[in-house]
Design a protein around this ligand. Structure first.
Ligand code: GLN
Ligand code: ZN
Length: 768
């Protein structure tokens, strides 16, 4: 008999109950007891849902108040000294201090100014962010939480037998960073393992028969030493499980050359991701030891598409034929953490498209059907299979998905469409003559503070409470005010302020065909923060200009240069749920063509500087280095396709947020944007060095105003950063701007800050 399993369920709740409860706790509106009762209810509901859906191996300890990596740090007592933790079990205030900053766990509502939170970074190539554990050379570990045991017992008390989930010791160490002294985190493995033995013993004593250990780092490029660490860790763990069986979960990619290591680990079940890497099945079946079971991750844990049963069954049946159903588990590719919760809550969604989708709740049912198909035969699930096939067929043949005009246009894209008329050096001359900007031109990244008034007006407009004309007038007034302020302060290149945009991707998604917005498709981004990415379901077509009206109006308010503001194709792709029936590169090219048309319309409307934001280029990098070149090629091509249609006189800007440029500088240069602005103020301009080393020829605006902080930077501070920049850049290259958009800041911080920024540029102009 094959077993239906799950690796993890979203914890936010179908109505984002967790977010609300945690935020209420932070603001002191509820106490710890009330918070924990909300959490308990959520966990109970999720376990029961999984049970009712027919899942037999149900995970526990997949819940988290903030983040599962932070939970692991708390579990093993990896609390950095600055939090002044006194030992014992990590209390809630220490826990939230590590997540959000603040003083020594004394009060979670205290200002976060005192002590820095753990750094946050992306969880592999998902849009989830985890807190990076910090280790020191003398790091000691000790069991400092009994959360896994508590949650196992909590489920058991409800009559539900679960498989507790732990982040594996090797991945945990590899995901962390060391402070001050550079040490190999894996050198801490011997000190860490005993804590895992402790928690395994406690789980076994509580009655757990299985434990799920996640080792997603097994799908990354590993050194030999790292592979050896895996051997060592699991050879020891296996003797300390208190008799529990281990399911070792790998996900987000193929094991590739780590397969030999993975199959040699003494575990009872190996989970593999067959959505990202279906091609690995044969090799795994060839090498899997006879006593090991295989968990087949066939249901996509990180996208919203209905599973194609025939495709999954082809993989499942192959595995069953080779090793027998008794050694097979069927589950999602990875934890369902990365899926929205429940499609049934999407009451307003376009009915045709809804048929093609599955959220976490529906994915459980898919796992159940696939498992029953193996165990009871196709005839017993004939209705479900037929229904699924009909949905797949409808999606494959829908004219809303496939548009000949879009496909034809993509087929006619030529290299020359990705080339500006002349090289940067020549363009620079033309632009200097026509734009007549001063040395060290000043500008901003696009958005101005999104005040309550703006949010309220937008919400009312979306609800139909204010008419089109009234809303337009409101936005025009915002633009006019922003422009007046920018003129007063003396900025050289103005922006319209982006008051009409809620989000830089959603705004374009709403206006492009082939996209659909959801009401409830929330997924956790980090902590209590959730995002609701638009869904790209079909070929992408621009119905008409998307931003021209606003930019044109803005330009009409001023004699100064107005910068048009667009989001780039790679970022739109990266921050959406992407269709799975064609390569990402093709979808990206379609978006690029839509943006290209918008760029040309802006140019035709008299906008002479156009910024195409691409903050997500770096984060789109594949997990394996061997895949980088192909990705960088098509993503750069897409940016160029979007931007290169303009005349030499039109200046193209791009913007990227905090990013490590070292290993992608060639690609950044290949974008051939006339100007790039980047986030550098917190790195003290260090990020610029790679541009200098590479002899990056085009213009650069290294951010001098840290927009993540309410602090008003002084003229001296910014001038000193600019001088640093001039150590490595030529004066003609240097622009003066903040790190990023100002939408999360308050006007009373922004106003003096930008004034100081303009003054810093003036001081510098006098000096050179
Ligand atoms: N133009 C956008 C803004 O100013 C850029 C945002 C971003 O880089 N994330 O808000
Ligand atoms: Zn930014």
């Amino acid at each position: 008999m094959a077993i239906a399993t799950n690796l993890g369920f979203p914890r936010i709740g179908s109505q984002r109950e967790l977010k609300r409860a945690v935020e209420k706790f932070w603001s002191g509106k509820i106490d710890e007891a009330e918070l924990s009762s909300v959490c308990q209810e959520l966990r109970a509901a999720h376990w029961k849902q999984q049970q009712a859906a027919g899942i037999t191996q149900i995970p526990s300890n997949d819940f988290s108040l903030y983040d599962q990596v932070l939970d692991t740090a708390a579990l093993v007592g990896a609390v950095p000294k600055r939090f002044e933790w006194a030992g014992g079990n990590v209390d809630l205030s220490t826990y939230f201090s590590m997540a959000r900053g603040g003083k020594g766990g004394k009060s979670v509502t205290a200002s976060t100014a005192g002590v820095a939170a753990l750094e946050m970074t992306k969880w592999f190539d998902t849009n989830y962010h985890y807190l990076v554990p910090e280790f020191e050379a003398q790091q000691e570990f000790q069991l400092s939480s009994i959360k896994p045991v508590d949650e196992y017992c909590e489920a058991k008390a409800l009559g539900i037998e679960t498989r507790p989930v732990l982040l594996g010791p090797v991945s945990f160490l590899l995901l962390g960073k060391t402070w001050e002294e550079q040490i190999d985190p894996l050198s801490l493995l011997d000190r860490l393992l005993p804590v895992y033995f402790d928690v395994l013993a406690k789980l076994a004593a509580a009655g757990a028969a299985w434990v799920q250990i996640d080792e997603p780092c097994l799908v990354l490029d590993l050194t030999e030493a790292q592979q050896v660490a895996y051997q060592r860790a699991y050879n020891e763990l296996v003797n300390n499980t208190g008799g529990m069986q281990i399911l070792l979960a790998t996900y987000f990619g193929s094991l590739k050359e780590n397969l030999q290591t993975a199959v040699s680990l003494p575990v009872n079940t190996l989970h593999i991701d067959l959505v990202r890497a279906p091609e690995q099945l044969d090799a795994v079946l060839d090498l899997l030891p006879e006593e090991t079971s295989l968990s087949l991750g066939v249901v996509d844990g990180r996208n919203i598409w209905k599973n194609d049963f025939e495709q999954s069954l082809a993989l499942i049946e192959k595995a069953v034929n080779r090793i027998g159903a008794d050694r097979i588990l069927i589950g999602p590719s990875c934890s369902l953490l990365h899926s929205p919760v429940d499609l049934d809550k999407e009451t307003d969604l376009d009915a045709e498209i809804k048929q093609w989708l599955a959220y976490a709740q529906q994915k459980l049912q898919e796992i159940d059907v696939l498992t029953r198909c193996v165990n009871q035969g196709r005839a017993n699930v004939a209705d479900e299979l037929a229904e699924n096939q009909a949905a797949m067929e409808a999606r494959r043949s829908s004219p809303r998905v496939h548009r000949a005009e879009v496909k034809n246009r993509c087929a006619t894209v030529t290299e020359s469409m990705r080339q500006r008329q002349h090289s940067y050096v020549e363009r620079h001359e033309v632009q200097a003559a026509s734009l007549k900007l001063p040395l060290f031109p000043t500008t901003t990244i696009g958005s101005f503070p999104q005040t309550d008034e703006i949010r309220k007006a937008r919400a009312a407009y979306k609800k139909g409470e204010i008419a089109d004309e009234a809303y337009e007038e409101f936005l025009e007034n915002c633009i006019a005010d922003d422009i007046q302020y920018q003129e007063e302060v003396g900025l050289d290149v103005l922006v319209h302020g982006e008051a009409e945009r809620n989000d830089m991707v959603e705004y374009f998604g709403e206006q492009l065909e082939g996209f659909i917005a959801t009401k409830n498709g929330w997924v956790q981004s980090y902590g209590s923060r959730c995002v609701k990415p638009p869904i790209i379901f079909g070929d992408i077509l621009r119905k008409g200009p998307m931003t021209v009206k606003w930019s044109k109006y803005a330009q009409s308010c001023t004699e100064k240069l107005m910068k048009g503001m667009l989001t780039g194709p790679v970022t739109i792709l990266q921050w959406s749920f992407v269709r799975d029936d064609q390569p990402r590169s093709e979808t990206c090219q379609q978006i690029a063509l839509a943006i290209r048309d918008e760029v040309l319309d802006l140019e035709a409307a008299g906008i002479r500087i156009i910024q195409i934001d691409e903050p997500a280029v770096r984060e789109g990098l594949p997990l394996r280095h061997s895949d980088w070149a192909a990705y960088l090629k098509w993503s750069v091509d897409c940016f160029r396709l979007a931007s290169a249609g303009v005349k030499d006189e039109t200046q193209i800007h791009t913007h990227m947020c905090y990013s490590e440029f070292n290993d992608i500088i060639e690609a950044i240069a290949a974008l051939d944007a006339d100007v790039i602005s980047i986030e550098t103020s917190r790195s003290n301009m260090e990020l610029l060095e790679v541009f200098a080393r590479f002899k990056y020829p085009n213009e650069i605006g290294p951010g001098v105003y840290d927009i993540h902080s309410p602090r008003v930077p002084t003229v001296e501070w910014m001038e000193q950063l600019l001088e640093k920049a001039l150590d490595v850049l030529e004066p003609r290259q240097l622009w003066v701007n903040p790190d990023c958009g100002l939408k999360t800041r308050k006007w009373d911080e922004v106003k003096p800050s930008l004034k100081n920024m303009v003054d810093a540029a003036k001081v510098l102009r006098k000096k050179v």
